[in-house]
Design a protein around this ligand. Structure first.
Ligand SMILES: [Zn+2]
Ligand SMILES: [Zn+2]
Length: 913
């Protein structure tokens, strides 16, 4: 290229600007954690945040959008991890540029703009561009002549460069059923020098071929069908465009380099790593794989942590842990033996932070999380590697090639060695690892994670029913264009016509007592579960009070549709009846107190623990609130006291809550806290607390009290761990807190009266009672010893002489080991020579045995250790000690008498003359 090469940031901006100039709205990248989608580990394509629009369950204020989406492909169907580092094009984290039409423009515009951007704006040679369009290899779906025509009509496009391909390459489906359609790919011929198969017999360079010469740049998807079954497609009323362009790839083309890693997106990371390792350029090139892995993983880790995914043991958190550890191990291959990855991640933050400000905001926690994870792994890596080497050597000796899964699982549970690293090492040595066996073994270790209820999986059918219901209502004019009006904020009851009832998936006109049903009203003030706050409950009744429906839950089954879920308590509700819906006010007030308290708690937590403590989930219910947050260790009792005091101080401050609506970008730029894994619209509702000096500023659609004083009081009830790096605090407010205080008061009064004290003096009183109890225990124990001693004196008369040796083997009642030892000492004092004693006793069901042999008998072959073992063996016990005195425990007390009975014979057998 003659002119100066554009930077990656410039290329991204050119793409977005181009589409903004063509009427597209810029939409910020969604989080790597898919909002409201538990089925997906990570956002793995641009369409994830628009999926609901295509499915018809959500609407947006714009019809054209453009974005650069953060994506991770490291698990599930799209798993590129194994290729990362080995070649120049695979990544775990990458960006996807896209332009979108939601029922607006279609193929012609999409293709024309793609052509203009590539050739006019970016100046790619027209003769090197090829495109593919759909022709069904099964002959069922019409071929995409519309797209082919549009391509051939582009000025300078060689018509021979428009090729047809079948379903595998050119038909896109979201899932087994649902939106789908043909796609059109744009490929670039980079010239013969990029062919890596030259000289291979029979090789031909071609589009969708097997060499690197033709590069797929961009995929334009035209969503025009809804798939009903494997053989049935129906045309969609509104057609959409979804495009995806691999950002790293287009940058490599425009910067004219042969690897994504040599673009200015990743090269600075490689140079930083090189500097840290002290490598020369030649050394770097000779050993490039570690550099690629480190650059890729450092970038991914920084973005993951910025989105709240800290290293941990499960799911997403495991992925962050695994890539940091993997990068650390690859660092070892180029001589980096100390934690270093945070220094590389720092370069990511500096290079990407302008476009992705979440990186800058979380600079500290990225640094801390990465370094701590490396330090933790550093402690065990050597031992884990040695252990693995041993296992592989053993396998090799027995001529096996696959490491069993349970052994790989042991390496993880014992040393924290991620499966992926075990596999890396195994493969480097020519072995493989049984992944299925590993997963099975891990399943047994895995904590029941309680990862939320199964995804509310809305079948396409159900969405259809509601869409039909809503369309009918809208055509009758009884429902507004946007659907059910939703306002849970300004009142607690609302009246209107009962528009529709659905029972067992079918619309009905009239319902009977006991029916479970779903009810649609023109508007509702019932809150629908979101952002951790549970749905409202309440009642719907008719104006004349002839029937009543109890509302137990709320749902949003399709775009614009909100249903009240409940059952008929009395009467026969009929479509068309004038109805009044009332939220259960007391319950709602409890919820509002808890929700506002959650915001206070969040703010105070960050103040006490630090900014790394970020919300990782919450539950706002009527009887309690639960708040999960990232923090590496247990919150100490003094910290908890401080946090609780802080929250209550804010409550007593009686601050008025300020609620405003503003553009998402503005709120984020102002520092509003966004919730992890939550999906936001362009205009967001924000809650500010703290008057002139706000201490809490969050994006939140929940319902809140007017002033913090309304909360009454907040008590923390528990603190614990949810997963590695994630803590949970539970708390209560208002009525529930009062209930707990009341009940604790009553109990302390009761406890005080039981010990004859007052609640205020209770601790001192308990200390004195315990002291008394202790001294009584000592007295009892002393008395008991005296009693045993008396018993022992009597038993001493049972001593027998065996070959001139005095032998006593007897059971004393209810004595502990200490007492037995004292008795044995007493025996040895009384009979310092020629004597053997074995004393046994059973206390609390457990047998104890002590054996004593006088010094002089050791020369004659007797030994207390052997003797006590002999006696304990039939009791299932073992023991030890010195040759003169040894002790043992056991399990089976019933064998004690029998075992003691054999002591005489043992002495006879073992003694030398
Ligand atoms: Zn080739
Ligand atoms: Zn909130």
């Amino acid at each position: 290229m003659a002119s100066k090469k554009p930077t990656g940031a410039e290329i991204r901006k050119t793409f977005l600007d181009f589409f903004e100039e063509h009427g597209h709205t810029f939409v910020a990248s969604a989080s790597l954690v898919p909002g409201g989608d538990q089925t997906l580990l990570f956002t793995n394509a641009g369409m994830v945040q628009f999926k609901d629009v295509f499915l018809g369950t959500d609407k947006r204020p714009y019809k054209r959008a453009t974005d650069s989406q953060k994506c991770m492909r490291v698990a599930g169907k799209h798993n590129d991890l194994e290729d990362v580092g080995r070649d120049s094009i695979h990544h775990t984290f990458f960006e996807m540029l896209g332009n979108w039409s939601f029922g607006d423009y279609y193929k012609k515009e999409a293709i024309t703009w793609a052509w203009q951007l590539l050739t006019d704006v970016w100046g790619l040679p027209k003769e090197n561009i090829w495109s593919t369009v759909f022709r069904d290899d099964k002959g069922n779906i019409p071929q995409d002549d519309e797209a082919a025509e549009a391509w051939r009509g582009q000025p300078g496009m060689n018509p021979a460069h428009v090729l047809y391909f079948g379903r595998k390459d050119n038909f896109w489906e979201m899932a087994e059923t649902g939106p789908c359609g043909p796609c059109s790919e744009i490929h670039l011929d980079r010239g013969l020098k990029y062919c890596d198969k030259q000289g291979v017999p029979g090789h031909i360079c071609q589009v969708n071929g097997d060499c690197q010469r033709f590069l797929e740049l961009w995929n334009l998807v035209f969503i025009q069908y809804n798939r009903l079954s494997p053989t049935e497609l129906e045309p969609l009323p509104a057609k959409h465009v979804d495009t995806g362009m691999g950002f790293e790839r287009i940058v490599s083309v425009l910067q004219d380099v042969d690897s994504n890693y040599r673009t200015d997106l990743l090269w600075p990371l490689i140079l930083t790593t090189q500097k840290l390792a002290g490598y020369s350029d030649e050394q770097r090139e000779a050993n490039f794989t570690p550099f690629r892995v480190i650059a890729d993983h450092a970038r991914a880790a920084a973005f993951l942590i910025a989105d709240g995914v800290v290293p941990g043991n499960l799911g997403r958190n495991y992925v962050t842990r695994m890539i940091i550890r993997r990068a650390y191990r690859f660092g070892g291959k180029i001589g980096l033996c100390e934690p270093f990855l945070a220094k590389v991640a720092e370069v990511v933050i500096n290079h990407y932070g302008d476009f992705y400000p979440e990186l800058k905001r979380n600079r500290k926690s990225i640094n801390i999380s990465i370094t701590r994870e490396e330090e933790q792994f550093q402690r065990t890596l050597d031992r884990a590697t040695t252990q693995l080497e041993d296992l592989l050597n053993k396998l090799g000796k027995s001529r096996q090639t696959i490491l069993p899964g349970d052994q790989a699982a042991d390496l993880y549970t014992t040393y924290g060695m991620p499966f992926e690293i075990t596999r890396d090492i195994a493969r480097e040595r020519g072995f493989d690892v049984d992944e299925t066996g590993f997963n099975q073994a891990m399943e047994e270790h895995r904590l029941a994670s309680g990862a939320g209820k199964a995804m509310g999986d809305l079948g396409g059918e159900e969405v259809e029913i509601y869409r039909q219901v809503v369309m009918d209502l809208q055509s009758q004019g009884s429902l507004s264009e946007i659907g059910v009006v939703y306002d849970p904020y300004s009142r607690l009851d609302v009246s209107g016509k009962l528009l529709s009832m659905v029972r067992d998936g079918h619309p009905i006109q009239m319902a009977n007592p006991g029916d479970e049903l779903e009810v649609i009203l023109p508007e509702t003030c019932f809150y629908v579960e979101s952002g951790g706050q549970v749905s409202d409950t309440g009642t719907i009744r008719d104006v004349g009070d002839t029937w009543e429906i109890e509302v137990k839950d709320m749902r949003k089954p399709a775009a614009g549709v909100i249903v009240h879920v409940g059952n008929v308590i009395s009467g026969k509700p009929q479509v068309g009846d004038e109805a009044i819906a009332s939220v259960d006010t007391q319950r709602r007030r409890d919820i509002m107190r808890n929700h506002t308290a959650t915001h206070l708690l969040h703010a105070v937590l960050r103040k006490v623990l630090g900014d790394h403590a970020r919300q990782a989930g919450s539950l706002v219910a009527p009887d309690r609130l639960r708040f999960d947050f990232t923090h590496p260790e247990a919150v100490t009792p003094p910290q908890l006291t401080q946090i609780e005091a802080g929250v209550n101080q804010h409550i007593l401050g009686d601050y008025q809550l300020k609620i405003t609506y503003k553009p998402l970008e503005q709120a984020i730029a102002e520092g509003a806290m966004a919730l992890f894994g939550e999906k936001y619209t362009e205009t967001v509702r924000t809650i500010t607390i703290g008057g002139d000096k706000p201490f809490s500023y969050e994006l939140c659609g929940g319902t809140h009290v007017n002033e913090t004083g309304d909360i009454g009081i907040c008590l923390l009830t528990s603190e614990g761990s949810v997963a590695a790096g994630i803590r949970r605090i539970e708390a209560v407010t208002g009525r529930k807190a009062y209930e707990i205080i009341r009940s604790r008061f009553a109990k302390s009064a009761q406890a005080a009266s039981l010990v004859g004290s007052t609640p205020d003096n209770l601790p001192e009183k308990i200390v004195s009672v315990l002291d008394e109890l202790n001294s009584l225990r000592k007295q009892v124990s002393a008395l008991r010893q005296n009693q045993v001693a008396a018993e022992f004196v009597l038993k001493l008369q049972e001593t027998r002489m065996v070959d001139g040796v005095r032998v006593i083997a007897t059971r004393l009642s209810d004595a502990d080991m200490d007492t037995l030892r004292q008795m044995a000492d007493r025996f040895r004092q009384q009979y310092p020579t020629h004597s053997v004693a074995v004393l046994g006793s059973v206390k609390d069901g457990r047998p104890s045995i002590i054996a004593a042999v006088t010094e002089d008998l050791i020369a004659r072959g007797l030994n207390a250790v052997e003797l006590v073992k002999f006696v304990a063996a039939p009791l299932g016990g073992a023991g030890g000690g010195r040759p003169t005195l040894a002790q043992a425990g056991g399990k089976d007390a019933s064998q004690l008498e029998m075992a003691l009975g054999k002591v005489e014979a043992w002495v006879k057998e073992n003694i030398h003359p």
